[in-house]
Design a protein around this ligand. Structure first.
Ligand SMILES: NC(=O)c1ccc[n+]([C@@H]2O[C@H](COP(=O)([O-])OP(=O)(O)OC[C@H]3O[C@@H](n4cnc5c(N)ncnc54)[C@H](O)[C@@H]3O)[C@@H](O)[C@H]2O)c1
Ligand SMILES: [Zn+2]
Length: 453
């Protein structure tokens, strides 16, 4: 429906939708550099209207909120336009591109970044068979000389030992200051390869190609890179922004179901902390998203990236606002640590953590209990765990693990809590007694997850 349509978008787009005028079939859709925290209905609307060749900029703000649902029409044969979300950080600004078939254009994209010829594709053993050749060939076609650095799949690869192995390989392949790294994989590869890029030769450029839903909506954006120590997750790291993020929706096709659903946990998080309209859209159209329909995926991933970009723009190094993104993560990270990163996927652990944070919010910041129930239901419908079955000896371990987390200041555990769906606040001190009560299983509506040590 984009074909041959002429548009003249001089109308004031209204808050949050300062979309550029385009007169030809728009291949790229750029979102604003910064966006106010106004009602966030327009992104969903934009996705719907764009499917019919219309631009929300011409219609907003008069469009009715009832349009908040995903497009459920069958996929069209032509590829969808590329959405671009800019992360505006002055000289460290970069684009996140979201669409299909982007991996094949990797070389051309990199050619625009003024990088050296030599580069390393860092990827893991699961991802390499699917996508490394396409990435390699795309880079080679554009005149680059890529080498592959392959790490084991899984959270345990996020270690200093793997980092050292990567350094050795980069040095053996003589990567130099102008060389760059392509992080091809999920959040583990992105965090690890990003940390290697931040530190090898005191920093070389890197490009993120996130291949999990979690990485596309969260970990590839915002420049937090790092690895785990035995003492806890992400305890060594840096803020180091990529030069470009390519979210190729095609890469999600091969993602195992459990991993995909784990990514939905971060998607739901954005709705709880920042965007009630996103939360409502997820409630209505979760099944379409679970089916991984490209149009819906592009809209949802685009919206999550916009929110993350807006938060990171205001607080790149997490002195305040960025902490919102840690909703559910204090408990989630502790859970991952006491189960030795083996039982729960990250998204699963923070699903349990977010429910606990919602219950704390109900007690301490007035989140209505009806909204706690809506949150629980959405996680459950996404196939994610919400309850935890800790025995008497595990509870203190979880509390101890939480105290190792970076969100502890002066011995107090600080929480992100919600006042209502779509509005969260950071920096709430939670009394230990209340925390302990919350960690005791109530009357779960699904079987609680037990923690094996
Ligand atoms: N830096 C940040 O801001 C940030 C934010 C959130 C999470 N994280 C980190 O992200 C990590 C979790 O990321 P994740 O959930 O992507 O895990 P992951 O990177 O381990 O990927 C999950 C699994 O899927 C495989 N995989 C990846 N892409 C695939 C594909 N397209 N097809 C088939 N298999 C594929 C991987 O090999 C792995 O086995 C955690 O370490 C977490 O701490 C970082
Ligand atoms: Zn997370």
């Amino acid at each position: 429906m984009w074909r041959g349509q002429k548009h003249n978008f001089s109308a004031d787009p209204g808050p949050g939708q300062n979309l550029k005028a385009e007169t030809r079939r728009p291949k790229e859709v750029r979102t604003p550099k910064s966006e106010s925290r106004q009602p966030q209905l327009n992104w969903v609307l934009f996705g719907l209207l764009s499917a019919f060749g219309l631009r929300v900029s011409a219609l907003w703000p008069s469009a009715a909120p009832t349009a908040q649902t995903f497009d459920t029409s069958p996929p069209t044969r032509h590829s969808s336009p590329v959405r671009i979300v800019n992360v505006p950080l002055g000289p460290r600004s970069y684009d996140i591109k979201i669409g299909t078939g982007l991996l094949g254009g990797l070389g051309k994209e990199c050619a625009q970044l003024n990088l050296g010829k030599r580069c390393a594709i860092v990827s893991d053993t699961n991802v390499v068979p699917h996508f490394a050749s396409v990435a390699s060939e795309a880079l080679t076609r554009a005149g680059f000389e890529p080498v592959r650095v392959i790490v084991p799949a899984g959270e345990t690869a996020k270690s200093l030992k793997t980092v050292a192995g990567c350094y050795d390989q980069l040095a053996a392949h003589r990567l130099e200051r102008k060389s760059f790294i392509v992080a091809l994989g999920g959040g583990v590869v992105g965090d690890l390869a990003g940390f290697v890029a931040a530190t090898y030769l005191r920093g070389i450029a890197f490009v993120q190609i996130p291949t999990t839903l979690l990485a596309q909506v969260d970990s590839s954006v915002g420049g937090k890179v790092g690895v785990n120590l035995k003492a806890g997750k992400n305890l060594v790291g840096a803020f180091y922004q990529p030069r470009l993020v390519l979210c190729d929706l095609d890469t999600l096709r091969t993602l195992p179901e459990r991993e995909y659903r784990s990514g939905l946990s971060e998607v739901i998080k954005y709705g709880i902390i920042y965007d009630a309209a996103l939360f409502r859209a997820l409630e209505r159209s979760l099944p379409d998203l679970i089916e991984r329909q490209n149009k819906n995926l592009a809209i949802v991933i685009g919206r999550c990236c916009e929110i993350k970009a807006e938060i990171v723009r205001q607080d790149e190094t997490e002195n305040g606002l960025r902490a919102l993104l840690n909703f559910g993560h204090s408990i989630g990270h502790a859970l991952e640590a006491i189960s030795h990163y083996g039982k729960f996927l990250h998204g699963e652990a923070i699903s349990i953590g977010q429910l606990a944070a919602a219950r704390l919010s109900s007690r301490l910041t007035g989140l209505p209990s009806r909204e706690v129930e809506r949150i629980a239901l959405l996680f459950q419908r996404a196939g994610l765990p919400t309850e935890l079955n800790l025995n008497a000896s595990q509870r203190p371990k979880l509390l101890a693990a939480m105290q190792l987390d970076k969100k502890v200041a002066g011995g107090e555990i600080k929480f992100v809590l919600a006042r209502r769906i779509g509005k969260a606040e950071f920096g709430h001190f939670v009394p230990l007694a209340v925390l302990e009560q919350i960690l005791r299983p109530a009357q779960p509506s699904t079987a609680p997850a037990a923690v094996d040590e």
